[in-house]
Design a protein around this ligand. Structure first.
Ligand code: SPD
Length: 275
């Protein structure tokens, strides 16, 4: 079998990847979950018709969303991952010997189960005794845990349906409240071309809550527009992380130059965001 999977982001934009085989296809309690074998990108996870990750290009997403705030904090001890049930962010966070506990707050147990089955390259981070999985909504957990986490990673789906709340001012307020005073967060923050207004709203919110928020970007060919951005949210400037050595283990995307360059924005968008 050889078919094209097409993701239509807007009525004026769609992208496609060629698929060899459908490996899993189920309606969970929360969403339509598919795992497919693609022609070029290895296995891919698709949720409600939107590509979440592929074996070939997920590393840029996971390394950038995790290492930028972790390096800025230096020696983070407690890490919270909101969403992230596939385990990719958890794998990166656990590379830091300073981490004593990494909590993943994921709503859908099936995302965890099917990822463990199909994405062996994540190395089953769940087996690490420092990892805790909470199958629950993140809002309540954040409310119950003020000042508890050195790093928070919001590794979510797009702001559609149940994930929309994770892009709201209220979520950012609770997330910053759950950080330690010098803690740092990074959030999945969409695409400058397609989501300018949303990113501006999130930046405004982050700026009210912390001293040094900033937007940065990574190239992920299977995402719309070929990449995705992240909001760094912290009182600690992101540049602090440039002085911190990378944790043990292999980087496949981030290096010192990429770390710095990711914060350089194209002029049209820099003006929109920072004025
Ligand atoms: N447009 C798709 C964005 C997907 C972001 N979430 C990826 C989850 C990987 N852990």
């Amino acid at each position: 079998m050889s078919i094209w999977f097409t993701e239509e982001l807007h009525p004026y934009y769609r992208k496609g990847i060629r698929i060899k085989k459908i490996l899993a296809d189920e309606q969970t309690q929360f969403q339509h979950l598919q795992i497919v074998e693609t022609e070029f990108f290895g296995k891919a996870m698709i949720l409600d018709g939107i590509i979440q990750l592929t074996e070939r290009d997920n590393i840029g997403y996971h390394e950038m969303i995790v290492h930028v705030p972790m390096l800025a904090v230096g020696k983070p001890k407690r890490v919270l991952i909101v969403g992230g049930g596939d385990g990719g962010s958890l794998q990166q966070a656990l590379r830091y010997p300073s981490v004593e506990e990494a909590v993943v707050c994921e709503l859908d147990q099936r995302v965890v189960d099917l990822s463990r089955e199909h994405f062996a390259s994540f190395g089953d981070p769940w087996a690490d005794p420092r990892a805790t999985l909470l199958v629950r909504d993140a809002f309540g957990f954040l409310e119950e845990n003020p000042g508890q986490f050195d790093v928070i990673i919001s590794d979510t789906t797009d702001p559609i349906g149940m994930a929309e709340r994770l892009f709201s001012d209220e979520f950012y307020r609770l997330m910053v409240r759950a950080l330690t005073p010098n803690g740092a967060a990074a959030t999945q923050c969409e695409q400058p071309f397609f989501d300018t207004e949303l990113i501006k709203q999130i930046y405004r919110s982050a700026k009210m809550l912390t001293k040094n928020p900033a937007y940065y970007y990574a190239n992920i060919p299977t995402y719309p527009g070929g990449g995705i951005g992240f909001m760094y949210v912290s009182n600690t400037p992101w540049e602090t992380g440039l002085q911190t050595p990378f944790p043990p283990g292999v980087n496949n995307y981030i290096n010192a130059e990429i770390h710095k360059a990711a914060f350089a924005l194209p002029e049209f968008f820099r003006k929109e965001l920072y004025g």
